[in-house]
Design a protein around this ligand. Structure first.
Ligand code: GDG
Length: 465
């Protein structure tokens, strides 16, 4: 079996495997089975771009951690990746902050990473590159003569053709994308968006459903909805934690139900709209006074980018005004935590909350929706209220699907979730649970790898198959 080479913006901590929950663990497990490499940025902000990476061998896996300078972190990571591509791919042209120095750093850092990685590659390796930070990596590797199979998975949405064409470098980005052998997206919508762009704006010729041929190379484009490690998350949810148990017990004694939201504090997650919908619910249903509370965990992220500071201020104002208006000495309607909370606490909190409120304005998939389902008690489950614009909505159709821009509709569906009869809750949950357990992180990984193993082969000068 060929070795697997994983490349992601930040290299995982292969020893603890705790970094990003199920995904890092699933990828690390696959690496341990096949042997291979995990390459990425070392996470420090004071390195020298291009200096020798730190190489560590753990069993049959080589972990390569590459340094970046503070300037490249500002321009490549916070700049091009998170102030140009992130808003653009989340349909937020208004937030794109395009600057030539961002672009210069993005393409150069990718070239540097490619050079560093190339020294470790074997001819029969299979390379799997993750996410928008690294779109140019395959084209840089190809220029250096790499003919390995190279796959790409985009964790975030891919925008419609018209919107993507507004990106100053859309042609260059797509030319780079076409150097992969397989391009994987979260949803059919994303797949269709790229296909549409390729047909309208490039000379790529479509063969069958999923294959495009460009300059004699074959590129496969398909949907691989990502999953979670459902079994271990469900187990974590049942592990009792005294503090959480006491809090849930208090809610029970008071006959109070809990709505929960957990997100990185990101403008794509629809948090202000969500707060307003909760405010509308308690305003329209005085009988819910002291009978419902909303717990929102919003962990800080990318705080150096202005748009993130703005959303934080907006949320603080909204939380203050909702609580100021409706709270009582013995009831805080909205509990808002602007800090990361340990995963071992989140899982039982999901389990003890009667509604999971997941309403991004746009999201590649949204793992929280799947974690909420995995954590529920099958005999007395809570209800998932889910945005139609989360990738997860393509699969999780038994959730209460809402338009996150429609505050009244969200308030109505919250109410419906809170009063839903047990039988309907069980029916919806058992269908959702089946999907979340079946299409888990492991099956996502196996599906992607199976297609990548069959994909083209990367030479520019010979037809792929
Ligand atoms: C990107 C795409 C796609 C959140 N707050 C805390 C915390 N979390 C955990 C959640 C979940 C993960 O972080 C967030 O995953 P999401 O999928 O919801 O969102 P993104 O971070 O934007 O992820 C997304 C994903 O990639 C995978 O492909 O689904 O669409 O945007 O696991 O539980 N974990 C802890 N404390 C927190 O405060 N421990």
């Amino acid at each position: 079996m060929s070795r697997l080479v994983i490349v992601s913006n930040r290299v995982a901590d292969l020893k603890t495997g705790t970094q990003s929950g199920g995904l890092a663990v699933a990828l690390a497990d696959a690496l341990k089975e096949r042997g291979g490499i995990w390459f990425g940025w070392d996470g420090a902000d004071d390195g020298v771009t291009g200096a020798a990476p730190q190489v560590e061998t753990i069993g049959n896996v080589v972990r390569i951690a590459a340094p970046l300078s503070a300037e490249d972190l500002a321009n490549y990571y916070l700049g091009y990746a998170n102030s140009v591509l992130w808003p653009m791919f989340h349909y937020r042209l208004d937030l794109v902050d395009y600057r030539p120095e961002f672009s210069e750093s993005y393409w150069r850092v990718n070239e540097t990473f490619a050079r560093q990685l190339n020294g470790f590659l074997r001819p029969d390796d299979i390379v799997w590159i993750h996410d928008y930070h690294l779109i140019p990596l395959a084209s840089c590797l190809r220029t250096m003569g790499c003919k390995q199979k190279i796959g790409f998975f985009l964790h975030i949405p891919f925008p419609p053709s018209d919107l993507f064409s507004a990106a100053p470098e859309h042609t260059r980005l797509v030319e780079a994308l076409l150097q992969f052998d397989l391009i994987g997206f979260q949803t059919q919508t994303d797949v269709n968006n790229l296909k549409h762009y390729l047909t309208e704006s490039t000379g790529a010729v479509q063969h069958g459903d999923n294959e495009f041929v460009v300059d004699g190379r074959s590129v496969l484009i398909d949907r691989f909805p990502i999953g979670i490690d459902a079994a271990s998350f469900a187990e974590m949810a049942t592990d009792s934690n005294d503090e959480v148990e006491m809090d849930l017990m208090r809610l029970k004694v008071l006959g109070r139900r809990q709505i929960i939201g957990v997100d990185r504090l990101d403008y794509s997650k629809g948090l202000p709209e969500r707060f307003k919908a909760f405010g509308r619910l308690v305003e329209q249903h005085p009988e819910l006074s002291k009978k419902v509370s909303f717990l929102q965990v919003a962990s800080p992220t990318r705080e150096a980018v202005d748009a993130y500071a703005d959303i934080r201020t907006e949320l603080e104002t909204l939380a203050g005004s909702i609580n100021g208006k409706f709270a009582d000495f013995n009831w805080t309607p909205l509990r808002y935590i602007n800090r990361a909370v340990a995963r071992e606490i989140l899982a039982p909190l999901f389990r003890g909350s009667q509604v999971g409120f997941v309403t991004p304005l746009r999201d590649g998939m949204n793992l929280v929706a799947k974690e909420y389902i995995a954590a529920q008690r099958p005999n007395d489950p809570g209800v998932l209220v889910l945005s139609q614009f989360a990738g997860a909505a393509e699969e999780l159709t038994e959730a209460l699907i809402v338009n996150p821009y429609d505050i009244d509709e969200m308030a109505r569906q919250l109410h419906r979730a809170l009063v839903m009869p047990l039988e309907e809750r069980r029916e919806r949950h058992s269908a959702l649970r089946r999907k979340v357990f079946q299409d888990d992180a492991r099956s996502w990984l196996n599906n992607f790898m199976a297609v990548l193993e069959q994909a083209g082969g990367g030479s520019n000068d010979e037809p792929a198959r």
